[in-house]
Design a protein around this ligand. Structure first.
Ligand code: ZN
Ligand code: ZN
Length: 393
C-alpha cells in the first residue's frame, strides 16, 4: 500500500490514518496522513461549509415552490467534475434525510469547437456525466458562439455596421478572436466571453447563482494573472463570493481546497472513482507543455502556482485572502464599469490610445470616444492593435 504526497510528487509507504487509526493512509495531506474515507470526509466538509446557505432547512418549507436553481459550469476538468460529484452527494444526503433538496443544478458545458477544432462537441461526455449523476437537475451543452444571444455581453465587441443582430455567430466569433493581437489577449477575451455567456445563461435559466469550481490555487492564479494583465483593480470582484458585476451571484465552493488535493481525490478508486469523467484533463495538460514559446500570462501563472502549491500552500491561500480584502466599501458606486469585461474599472484604460482604424466598440453604445477610456486597462491592452479581421480568401 502506498500513499500520495501532497507536498511532493512522491509516493511513500503508507502508515495508519491519523484520524480513524483504522485504515491505511492513501494521502499525506500537508502534515496529516489520511485514509480514503477520511480524505473523502475532509474534501466534502470543505465544500459543504461553503454551501451552508443551500441546506434544506433554509429552502422554503412549502414543497410547491420550485427549488432554488444554481448553475454549474462543467469543463470536464478535475475541479468542476469534483464539484458536481460533491453537490450530487449533498443532494442525495438531503433527499435521504428530509425527502427534499435545498437546490437543483443546471449543469452547463460550453462547447468551444468553433474556435478549436480538436475539441469534441461535448454531448457524448455530457451523457456519460449525466448517467453517473442523473438526479441533480438539468444538463445543457451550449456553443460558445451562443454568447451572441446576449447583446449586452458582446455589444462592446461589435465591429462595423453589422451590429449585434445579423451575421453568422460562429464566423463573428472567429473574426473577433482573429483580430486580437496576441495569444494572451485572445485567451483573455475568450475568458471574458465564457464568463459573460455563463452569467447570461444563468439568468436565462432562472438561476440565482453560478457555482464555479475554482480552488484556492486557481483563485491565486487568477489574482496574479489579472493583476499582471492590468486588471488588478477588479480582482476582488472576480475572486470573492457574493454578488458579481454581472447581476448574478458567483460562488466558489471549492475555494478552501488546493488543486493538488483534488488531483489526488479524483485519482482514488475509493469511495468513488471520478477520473473516468474528467474528459477535459489530458488535453489541458498538453496545452501548456512548452514554456517560453507563445505562453500566455494565464498559463504562466497556472504553472507557477501548480509548482508551489504543494510546498507552500499557505502562500497560495494568502494571495487569495489578501485579494479579498481589497474591496473598498461603496467603491462600486463611484467607479465605472468596463464595457468589454463588465468589471469595475479604474481610469487606467484611457491612457491607452487604440490604433487608428480600430473599430472595436465604435458606434455600439454611443459613449465611445475613440480612445478606450470606457475600458479597464486590462481590456484596453487586450484589444490594443485589434483591427477588423481580414478573412483569408
Ligand atoms: Zn481514516
Ligand atoms: Zn475590462
Amino acid at each position: 500500500m502506498t500513499e500520495q504526497n501532497i507536498t511532493s510528487n512522491e509516493t511513500t509507504v503508507s502508515t495508519l490514518c491519523k484520524r480513524c487509526s483504522a485504515s491505511p493512509s492513501v494521502v499525506n495531506l500537508r502534515t496529516e496522513h489520511l485514509c480514503s474515507n477520511c480524505f473523502d470526509k475532509y474534501i466534502r466538509s470543505k465544500c459543504i461549509k461553503r454551501m451552508e446557505a443551500y441546506r434544506v432547512r433554509y429552502s422554503p418549507p412549502d414543497t410547491d415552490t420550485s427549488p432554488r436553481r444554481l448553475l454549474l459550469p462543467l469543463s470536464f476538468g478535475i475541479s468542476s467534475t469534483t464539484l458536481l460529484h460533491l453537490l450530487n452527494s449533498q443532494l442525495q444526503n438531503q433527499l435521504a434525510r428530509t425527502t427534499r433538496t435545498g437546490f437543483v443544478l443546471v449543469v452547463v458545458h460550453i462547447d468551444e469547437s468553433a474556435i478549436d477544432s480538436t475539441v469534441p462537441p461535448g454531448e457524448e461526455s455530457m451523457r456519460a456525466v449525466q448517467e453517473r449523476f442523473p438526479d441533480v437537475g438539468e444538463y445543457l451543452v451550449v456553443k460558445l458562439e451562443g454568447v451572441y444571444e446576449f447583446p449586452s455581453a458582446v455589444r462592446a465587441f461589435e465591429m462595423g455596421a453589422e451590429g449585434s443582430r445579423g451575421g453568422d455567430w460562429k464566423e463573428k466569433l472567429k473574426d473577433l478572436l482573429g483580430a486580437l493581437p496576441s495569444p494572451t489577449s485572445r485567451m483573455d477575451v475568450l475568458r471574458i466571453l465564457r464568463t459573460r455567456l455563463i452569467a447570461g445563461l444563468a439568468q436565462k435559466h432562472a438561476c440565482e447563482a453560478v457555482l464555479w469550481g475554482d480552488t484556492t490555487t486557481r483563485l491565486a492564479e487568477k489574482t496574479l494573472a489579472e493583476t499582471a494583465k492590468g486588471r488588478g483593480f477588479s480582482v476582488p470582484w472576480q475572486t470573492s463570493d457574493g454578488d458579481s458585476p454581472y447581476g448574478i451571484k458567483f460562488l466558489h465552493p471549492l475555494r478552501d481546497l488546493l488543486k493538488k488535493e483534488l488531483a489526488v481525490y479524483v485519482s482514488l478508486e475509493a469511495p468513488t472513482p471520478l477520473h473516468p469523467l474528467c474528459f477535459g484533463v489530458a488535453k489541458g495538460k498538453k496545452k501548456y507543455a512548452a514554456v517560453g514559446k507563445g505562453i500566455t500570462i494565464d498559463e504562466l501563472m497556472t504553472q507557477y502556482f501548480e509548482g508551489i502549491e504543494g510546498q507552500y500552500p499557505s502562500i497560495v491561500a494568502n494571495v487569495v485572502r489578501t485579494a479579498g480584502k481589497l474591496v473598498t466599501e461603496g467603491g462600486v458606486v463611484r467607479i465605472g464599469r468596463c464595457k468589454i469585461c463588465g468589471l469595475p474599472r479604474d481610469g487606467g484604460g484611457g491612457e491607452l490610445v487604440l490604433d487608428a482604424g480600430t473599430k472595436l466598440g465604435e458606434g455600439s453604445s454611443g459613449e465611445v470616444n475613440g480612445n478606450g477610456s470606457d475600458m479597464c486597462y486590462g481590456c484596453a491592452r487586450s484589444v490594443h492593435g485589434a483591427r477588423p479581421y481580414e478573412r483569408p480568401s
